[in-house]
Design a protein around this ligand. Sequence first.
Ligand SMILES: CCCCCC/C=C/CCCCCCCCCC(=O)SCCNC(=O)CCNC(=O)[C@H](O)C(C)(C)COP(=O)(O)OP(=O)(O)OC[C@H]1O[C@@H](n2cnc3c(N)ncnc32)[C@H](O)[C@@H]1OP(=O)(O)O
Ligand SMILES: CCCCCCCC/C=C\CCCCCCCC(=O)OC[C@@H](O)COP(=O)(O)O
Length: 216
Amino acid sequence: MRIIKTAVKTFKYLYGLRFEVKGLENFKVGSPCVIVSNHQSILDMMGLMEILPDGCVQIAKKELLYTGSVGLVMYLGGVIFINRKSTSNAKMVMADVAKTMLSENVMVWIYPEGTRNGNGDLLPFKKGAFHLAIQAQVPVVPVVYSSFSSFYDRKKNLFTSGKIRVEVLEPIETKGLTPEDVTELTNRCYSTMRETFFRLSGLVNEPNGSARTHLQ
Ligand SMILES: CCCCCC/C=C/CCCCCCCCCC(=O)SCCNC(=O)CCNC(=O)[C@H](O)C(C)(C)COP(=O)(O)OP(=O)(O)OC[C@H]1O[C@@H](n2cnc3c(N)ncnc32)[C@H](O)[C@@H]1OP(=O)(O)O
Ligand SMILES: CCCCCCCC/C=C\CCCCCCCC(=O)OC[C@@H](O)COP(=O)(O)O
């Protein structure tokens, strides 16, 4: 993964992207943890590599394993593949991950929205990342990337150069929590990350829950 990280980090120069990072010290939890971040597009791969701590593996949809050399590289990089379409299968894999992350002292990076989302807001969070953190009794570390919409047009798949703000938020402890606390933990993480997303993206969080830029 270190090799991938070095390679992928150079892409930002190619695409004229700059990252403004805050809160990296929040990764220093001194134990494994579950990192959760918003997911807008494949560009997130650069944002991921920009701050990826050592000893951190990612959870990916299993379809990516079958994407030729990229799938092989991901497999060799230690990426864990899950079948999103089978909750029972995904649960089994994640239960294994909870054991492995403790025995091997690794962090796990998950995109709780479960899919790319460029709609200028956050999709409701899936609960797997939070079940994992509670099963392993490790902290959840939220990471938020500002909206790409200011420089990336998904329809034309075109973008100009731009700055991406990244914030690593305070770890959320799960010691003592049980599966009954998953929904509350998910919602707490969601609202903190959504608020940060709007702040970093210069969006106003309208009372009715929609978002608009300051400029409108
Ligand atoms: C030149 C090129 C060079 C080469 C470079 C190559 C490499 C470069 C990059 C390398 C790095 C790669 C990074 C890869 C990024 C890829 C990102 C993705 O693929 S994102 C998509 C995949 N990820 C996810 O989907 C994660 C989020 N999803 C989940 O966590 C889900 O919860 C789940 C998939 C585990 C289950 O799905 P679903 O059933 O839809 O989810 P829920 O609604 O959340 O759960 C339904 C009920 O099940 C309960 N639940 C969920 N998980 C668990 C669990 N682990 N244990 C127990 N119970 C669980 C949940 O509580 C729900 O029940 P309810 O009663 O409603 O509460
Ligand atoms: C278009 C510009 C391309 C910029 C290139 C940036 C650097 C890319 C680095 C390596 C490329 C290979 C990385 C493969 C991982 C792809 C991650 C991804 O974004 O998969 C989609 C998945 O999450 C969710 O799938 P869906 O949104 O549900 O379907």
